[in-house]
Design a protein around this ligand. Structure first.
Ligand code: NI
Length: 216
């Protein structure tokens, strides 16, 4: 299973076809790869056990911006189950597939689906303005809330949810990058506490079944 999505690397493991950029780049890349491995391990433990590696709570208070420019906090969602997913609107594959499955699962849940609020939080705030995120999630269904924020706000909420994300350069231009990121659905309870991590790589039917069980 892939709890972290990573775009395909070139055959030699470097980014693009430019000249070697020296030792410092190599060391940074190696350090980044190590961090990625550790975080992917943490994601796997979270999915397997339902608990973060250090046993502490998953999730926490956040303040982000919705598509209307309004500040939204975790407290605004009390009383509903939250299904939280971190991704970015330029994601070529995994994010759209996951959000399509979420929309399908909610349809399949029928009336129970109304107890669930799907929330998409961008890990690419530099490109994903609140308006861009709003437009993106609307293409999956009217029930979605899309949130963005400052780089610091996104870093904080990602830390709270143990989400790994990092830009992956695909060329020299400022927008020539994809984002590596964790791909886990987080189910939070009506009181805001963490209920369960759910796999993001299944079908809508798989996810509906998992949600039904977790919300009962
Ligand atoms: Ni993605």
């Amino acid at each position: 299973m892939a709890a972290v999505e990573t775009p395909k690397r070139t055959a030699n493991g470097t980014e693009g076809g430019g000249p070697p950029r020296g030792r410092r780049t190599t060391i940074l890349a190696a350090a980044g790869a190590l961090v990625a491995v550790l975080l992917i391990g943490s994601a796997a433990i979270l999915l397997a056990t339902g608990h973060a590696k250090d046993g502490s709570a998953v999730g926490g208070p956040f303040a982000l911006t919705d598509g209307n420019g309004k500040t939204v906090t975790d407290a605004d969602f009390r009383g509903k189950y939250l299904l939280v997913y971190f991704g970015y609107t330029f994601c070529p594959d995994v994010c759209p597939t996951t959000l399509t499955a979420v929309a399908d699962a909610i349809d399949r849940l029928g009336p129970d689906g109304k107890r669930l609020q799907p929330v998409f939080i961008t890990v690419d705030p530099a490109r994903d303005t609140p308006a861009a995120v709003k437009q993106y999630v609307a293409s999956f269904g009217p029930e979605f809330v899309g949130l963005s924020g400052s780089a610091d706000q996104i870093a904080k909420v990602a830390r709270e949810f143990r989400v790994y994300y990092a830009p992956h350069r695909t060329g020299p231009g400022p927008n020539d990058y994809t984002m590596d990121h964790s791909s886990i659905l987080y189910l939070m309870g009506p009181d805001g506490t963490f209920v369960a991590p759910l796999r993001a790589d299944g079908t809508g039917a798989d996810l509906a079944a998992a949600l039904k069980k977790a919300m009962s």
